[in-house]
Design a protein around this ligand. Structure first.
Ligand SMILES: [Zn+2]
Length: 661
């Protein structure tokens, strides 16, 4: 749940004055600034006022009476919960502030018809979309089905291809356009995804019943029929025991595919879904031809009506499960069309247009200063990272080491996730064929259509300029789980780090921060994401996003295995986050805090600022709780123990440590 950030400066100063003055001594802080006066909005650059105000905020979250060497999280974040609600973290508060800015923007545009934004079609479309979402009443799922284009006949593959236009392709036979490496998309054909099932809800059943004018078995009977169908499909799609790890994806020409799987007209199906006639020599990827052959043969003989109903039901379920569909918003504080739920839905569904509006109305003013600072810190980290790798403490062979160095040198960064250096015309052309009317259901489907049409075009285009722009950032799709705009992340196929708008504001970042504050979070966050590029999973992608066998080589290295095992005391899925935390923190410290004098005067502030990202962070399927992550990472750093005078053997200064990259 998201809540508005509400802090009162006056209150904040009063509260923090009573706290221990020594918690964060400011007398000898390094006050150097990466920006010149010309690059900032304030005089002087990196004003003491801005930095001291932020330090007061940090003190507000601290409990300096506690022992930092016992539990640094309790020391640095101990008061967080008394200030913020359950579930709130610095990142979630930041995301909520961005949602609020969008709401303000749209509400202003709705009420001020003479605003300059109205002259750009992009804003008009966003506004109509917002309005149609705000007007939503009770969910009427059959409206989605009514929007589907009419297709002659009742062949399962035709309906499937039509649903594929909207990005849905999980059952029967999957045809998907997906990103293949840093500069290429490909068409992929796969058997029925038996990991996903239909759970036929009352609302989906009612939508089907209305759509078929009541010509439907009972809910119970239909559920039973669907279950049997799923069972049969799973038996055909699931590989026999023991062979599920085998690599079965291969490249085929369309002609070869047609010969191998003659029971489906592939040219016709691809045309229907992707809007183009592909030549016989066209190359695509296909997985498990025997399973596909069996599935197609079965589906061609099965009850066409049942297959159609199942497709509709799965499509509706998919739409309802798309992240931030306001119709399925589980948060009781939102009504279906609340301003915030509409904005969150639009941020996900209308990715490029929404980011453009944010850039133009809010972020654009600070971009230049931010890029100057962030690119500078990123370059320092990269250089340090390469230097550390060259020491080759794990004793890797020269070829592998060179490949990893290449990868590190090739890492890119994108602030805010729009392509860089494109004109307004680029965005005008992007939204030209995007249709928006007054009906939410129609708008939602048309937006999906617009996004997936674009992917299909990107896959087949030979326009080098177009490819270059579109592969310069991560134009992520509406189905990507979690609100990924909410946190920095490493995108392995593009070998690119995305720093979302939500990161680019207080309390995590400000271009005018003094070094301890700036590096305290930014260098650690960048370090963390950079280390993901060589964590145990992503290490296999090279600088161009191609899959390699680097981890096969690494597991033959005893030092590497020892390092992994040292960190791996929790769920395997957490391991890579732990690697990124620890090695990223090490990288940041090596970059900024090598000088003992710098540590003495700036160390405390640096570590307390580092803690901000973790205050209030709860565990999820990939991450430990913020407290566990923070304490674990810093206990691994002797510099932390030095700065806080931790006696050997205390929790934050353990006798033995793990070391990795
Ligand atoms: Zn991570």
């Amino acid at each position: 749940m998201r809540h508005l950030w509400a802090h009162c400066l006056l209150l904040l100063l009063l509260v923090s004055q009573g706290q221990g003055v020594k918690a964060l001594p400011t007398a000898h802080l390094n006050q150097s600034c990466r920006l010149t006066a010309a690059e900032t909005a304030t005089e002087p650059a990196c004003s003491a006022e801005l930095n001291l105000r932020h330090i007061q905020l940090l003190k507000r979250y601290m409990r300096p009476e506690l022992d930092a060497c016992q539990d640094f999280y309790a020391y640095a974040c101990g008061n967080w919960r008394s200030v913020h609600k359950m579930g709130e973290s610095a990142m979630s508060l930041s995301g909520a502030r961005i949602d609020q800015r969008y709401v303000e923007l749209f509400e202003r545009l709705l009420h001020v018809p003479r605003s300059t934004e109205h002259s750009l079609p992009l804003y008009g479309k966003l506004l109509r979309y917002y309005h149609s979402c705000r007007a939503l009443g009770k969910p009427r799922l059959r409206r989605y089905l009514e929007q589907l284009p009419h297709i002659g006949g009742n062949h399962w593959a035709d309906l499937l291809a039509v649903l594929g236009r909207y990005g849905y392709h999980e059952h029967y036979v999957k045809i998907e356009v997906s990103q293949h490496n840093a500069s290429q998309h490909m068409i992929v054909v796969m058997p029925h995804n038996y990991y996903l099932n239909l759970s036929l809800s009352g609302s989906i059943y009612n939508a089907l019943r209305r759509h078929t004018h009541g010509q439907l078995p009972s809910l119970k009977q239909l559920s039973e029929q669907f279950k049997q169908l799923e069972q049969t499909l799973q038996e055909m799609a699931q590989p026999p025991n023991g062979s599920s790890d085998e690599e079965t994806v291969s490249t085929y020409t369309l002609e070869q595919l047609q010969q191998e799987l003659p029971d489906l007209n592939w040219t016709h199906v691809l045309h229907l879904q992707l809007g183009a006639i592909y030549p016989g020599s066209y190359q695509l990827l296909a997985d498990d031809l025997p399973a596909l052959r069996q599935l197609i043969s079965y589906l061609n003989r099965a009850d066409a009506r049942l297959l159609q109903l199942y497709s509709w039901a799965r499509f509706l379920q998919h739409l309802m499960q798309l992240p931030h569909n306001p119709l399925s918003n589980p948060q009781p504080s939102f009504s279906a069309g609340s301003a915030t739920s509409c904005v969150q839905h639009m941020r996900k569904t209308l990715y490029l247009a929404m980011n453009f509006a944010y850039e133009r109305n809010y972020y654009g003013k600070q971009r230049q200063a931010d890029e100057h600072v962030i690119f500078g810190v990123f370059a320092e980290l990269k250089q340090q990272f390469a230097q550390q790798l060259r020491l080759n403490v794990l004793g890797l062979n020269a070829t592998l080491l060179d490949a990893l160095l290449d990868k590190v040198q090739g890492l890119r960064i994108n602030v805010g996730n729009l392509p860089r250096n494109v004109s307004d015309q680029f965005y005008e052309e992007c939204v030209q064929h995007w249709r928006v009317g007054n009906d939410f259901y129609e708008n939602h489907l048309n937006s999906l259509l617009h996004y997936y049409d674009h992917l299909a075009e990107l896959e087949r285009t030979e326009d080098a300029a177009m490819r270059q722009v579109w592969f310069s950032f991560n134009h992520h799709g509406p189905e990507l789980l979690d609100n990924i705009d909410a946190t920095p992340y490493f995108y392995c196929l593009g070998s690119i780090i995305i720093m979302p708008y939500a990161y680019m504001q207080l309390p995590l970042y400000e271009s005018q921060f003094w070094p301890a504050l700036l590096y305290g979070d930014l260098a650690n966050t960048l370090g963390h994401e950079m280390l993901h590029s060589i964590d145990t999973y992503f290490v296999d992608y090279d600088a161009q996003g191609e899959m390699r066998d680097y981890s096969d080589q690494l597991v033959l290295n005893k030092n590497y295995l020892k390092a992994v095992n040292c960190l791996n005391d929790s769920e395997h899925v957490m391991l890579n986050e732990r690697i990124a935390d620890i090695s990223g923190t090490r990288l940041a410290l090596n970059t900024y805090m090598k000088d003992p004098l710098e540590r003495r005067h700036n160390g405390r502030l640096y570590f307390v600022q580092f803690a901000q990202f973790f205050c209030g962070e709860e565990a999820d399927i990939y991450h430990d709780t913020g407290s566990k992550r923070l304490n674990y990472a810093l206990a691994q750093m002797p510099e932390f123990a030095e700065v806080f005078n931790c006696a050997p053997g205390t929790p934050m200064n353990p006798v033995s440590r793990c070391s990795f990259w």
